[in-house]
Design a protein around this ligand. Structure first.
Ligand code: SF4
Ligand code: SF4
Ligand code: SF4
Length: 266
């Protein structure tokens, strides 16, 4: 079946990038590579913003800047596919949640809507604090909390980054992609780019419910790791969709959900 093949392909891509990341982490821990900032897409934002301040000189990491900006800008057209296919932290969180028996029953733990909406705003606040703090050269504050740094430089782990690893590995066992849903500042940045794309009516591919085929079972909504109410919305224009295609996979109807251009449906 096509939807199972799509899911297998996604897994292969996810595990390939996770494998590459693990090699980089081992090289960082052994001191062969010197800094995780050179590979982390979000470091380009923090360091780039610091660089904008004329009173502050700092070396930029060219690979990180190119990758970071490329991912953020392409999210205008492709949404958060980076999260669903590439980001190793997303993959690890899915693996952790897969250990939970709920995942085998295909049931995500969804929070009350008011709490979900409140927590959803946290990642924007974290992004803003990071950018403002970096520009004012107070310091690269996010470094204290960064899970990338905690994993790749365990000798420099702080109580804050340990708390974030706790969120990813322990909270993530109960609530799939808790970090991605509510706290990741890079997700907030990608969402901002998507909102800008919408503002300029740039078409992007989105998931749609085929209303003629739908049997109203709501399995799509119950299985969404990002707590998006797909059934009610009919068209997933939520910037938080990570294109994991879980909704499509669990739909009992073969063509109950389709990916179409946002323009075509208007
Ligand atoms: S939300 Fe952040 S941590 Fe999660 S997959 Fe996306 S970039 Fe990675
Ligand atoms: S899972 Fe498929 S059939 Fe069920 S509500 Fe969603 S779109 Fe409709
Ligand atoms: S709407 Fe579908 S593709 Fe998007 S995050 Fe939810 S389950 Fe994944």
């Amino acid at each position: 079946m096509k939807k199972n093949r799509d899911q297998e392909l996604r897994r292969i891509i996810q595990y390939s990038f996770l494998g590459i990341t693990m090699i980089v982490v081992v090289l960082l821990i052994n001191g062969v590579l010197c800094s995780a900032h050179g590979f982390c897409p979000y470091s380009s934002i923090c360091f780039g913003v610091m660089r904008l301040n004329p009173g502050f000189t700092i070396l930029l990491y060219p690979i990180a800047v190119i990758i970071g900006l490329l991912i953020a800008v392409t999210s205008i057209f492709w949404g958060r596919r980076f999260c669903g296919y590439i980001c190793p932290f997303g993959t690890v969180q899915e693996m952790v949640f897969n250990l939970n028996p709920r995942s085998r029953k295909n049931m995500q733990l969804h929070l009350p809507v008011w709490l979900h909406k409140l927590l959803n705003s946290f990642k924007y606040v974290i992004m803003l604090i990071t950018i403002v703090a970096a520009f004012r050269s107070m310091q690269y504050v996010y470094m204290k909390y960064c899970p990338v740094l905690a994993v790749s430089h365990p000798q420099n782990i702080t109580i804050y980054s340990a708390a974030i690893l706790f969120i990813i590995f322990i909270v993530g066992y109960f609530i799939n992609r808790f970090w991605c849903r509510y706290l990741c500042p890079y997700a907030a940045l990608m969402n901002v780019f998507q909102y800008m794309g919408k503002l300029f009516h740039i078409p992007s591919k989105r998931i749609h419910v085929c209303e003629e085929q739908c049997i109203n079972c709501k399995l799509c909504t119950k299985n969404c790791p990002m707590q998006i109410d797909i059934y009610e919305r009919k068209r997933v224009d939520d910037a938080n969709c990570i294109f994991c295609l879980k909704c499509q996979q669990c739909c009992p109807i073969d063509s109950g959900l389709e990916i179409k251009s946002s323009k075509k449906n208007k």
